[in-house]
Write a protein that binds this ligand. Structure first.
Ligand SMILES: Cc1cc2nc3c(=O)[nH]c(=O)nc-3n(C[C@H](O)[C@H](O)[C@H](O)COP(=O)(O)O)c2cc1C
Length: 387
């Protein structure tokens, strides 16, 4: 019997986050689209990759650091943009950027964060990344980009896989998408007093609960639901590669296109002016039934070669997963849910501990596959793939 006093893995933090958060918020982070098949595939495909153990090599010095967009990072990991993170921990995005800075990896702020770019910039000690969705009103796009630039962001992650929003049935069941009757509203409101630690720390002391980057644009919004309705109207389903060319003209930093899942689109993204792509299925939250990011990584790498920076996400839960992704052709990975679980469970300190655990896992995985630096990691470290 284990005591389980100290959380270590992503699953440990998930377990604690589930206990601490009201049900609707836990499910919002945890869930995926439709039957959540792709959500499962994202992690399963990492597990299927077998590593080849190598021994008797000089592994006395292991270096997990890498260079990304001219910056040295302690490991090839970026905290993915996550909407509403500030509802999971008090001023969540502020705590996350502090943790990322202390571990020397980048934090990417979502368009739909609770804390604004300015609030995050105030505490950040290193440049953070900014993520944007295309909105119908291009004036808004320009205005938000100007704020991100002013806040010191040089890397823009532009997400292209949310032209329509995937149906997340957990959110529908919990009334996150509206439609609650009187009993539903009462039952939902009960979740807050049932989670007093969250209620006091985040629900009360973590205010204001607004979408920090959008509050000026939607002055009439009084609640998260008002914002959500506005955002759903603003997502532009008519967006095409032409708009990326337009974006390329107005954004002079790095342009990183997120949500690419096949070689054809990867090539189009590069032609439209992308400096980098993120192979992603939005953490299994959009089109259920698509392949995992890790399965698509070698194919997209074969198509793009070394000319374009390739990032991937979906299912990264450990340092060993990062090693597998790099061996598959990724220059770095993004991690979504686990950083929010760690933050919800144990705040900034918990997230830092978890990130340091990931770094240790990378070191051990590198050592026992006989690799000592990121540039050495390639498909030679794989054994057969379990089917
Ligand atoms: C709760 C939640 C909110 C998200 N919000 C955003 C967002 O605002 N912008 C975005 O580009 N991606 C968003 N994503 C997708 C993540 O950036 C990332 O692609 C995904 O979480 C990676 O999968 P993982 O959670 O298995 O690591 C969100 C994902 C989750 C789970």
């Amino acid at each position: 019997m284990t005591l389980n006093l100290i959380p270590v893995t992503a699953q440990d933090y998930r377990h604690l986050a589930r206990k601490r958060l009201p049900r609707n918020f836990f499910d919002y982070i945890d869930g995926g689209a439709y039957s959540e098949i792709t959500l499962g595939t994202n992690t399963d495909d990492f597990e299927k990759i077998l590593l080849k153990q190598r021994v008797m090599r000089d592994i006395s010095s292991i270096d997990t650091s890498t260079n990304l967009f001219g910056k040295t990072l302690d490991m090839p990991l970026v905290l993915a943009p996550i909407g509403l993170a500030g509802m999971m921990a008090r001023r969540g995005e502020v705590q996350a950027v502090r943790a990322a800075d202390n571990v020397n990896i980048p934090f990417c702020l979502s368009t739909v964060s609770i804390c604004s770019v300015e609030e995050v910039a105030e505490v950040a000690t290193k440049p953070f990344w900014f993520q944007l969705y295309m909105m119908r009103d291009r004036g808004y796009v320009k205005a938000i980009l100007a704020r991100a630039k002013e806040a010191g962001c040089k890397n823009l992650v532009f997400t292209v896989d949310l032209a329509v929003v995937g149906a997340r049935y957990r959110d529908m069941r919990n009334g996150m998408a509206g439609g609650l009757n009187a009993w539903g509203k009462f039952r939902s409101a009960l979740e807050y007093p049932l989670h007093p630690a969250w209620l006091f720390d985040v629900g009360i002391k973590g205010k204001p609960h607004m979408f920090g980057n959008l509050s000026e644009l939607v002055p009439s919004a009084r609640s998260i639901t008002d914002f959500k309705n506005w955002i759903d109207e603003q997502f532009d389903p008519s967006c095409t590669w032409k708009d990326i060319e337009w974006l390329r003209e107005i954004w002079d930093g790095n342009l990183i296109i997120k949500g690419i899942l096949n070689p054809e689109d990867a090539k189009l993204a590069v032609s439209a002016g992308a400096d980098a792509i993120i192979i992603s299925n939005h953490g299994g939250r959009q089109l259920d039934g698509v392949s995992s990011g890790i399965a698509m990584t070698p194919r997209i790498k074969d198509t793009l070669g070394d000319a374009t920076t390739i990032l991937m996400d979906g299912g990264v839960r450990s340092g060993q997963d990062i090693v597998k992704a790099v061996a598959s052709g990724a220059d770095a990975v993004l991690m979504g849910r686990p950083w929010v679980w760690a933050l919800a469970a144990k705040g900034q300190a918990g997230l830092e501990t978890y990130l340091n655990t990931i770094k240790s896992e990378m070191r051990v995985s590198m050592a026992l596959t006989g690799t000592t630096k990121i540039a050495d990691i390639n498909q030679q470290i794989f054994d057969t793939v379990r089917s």
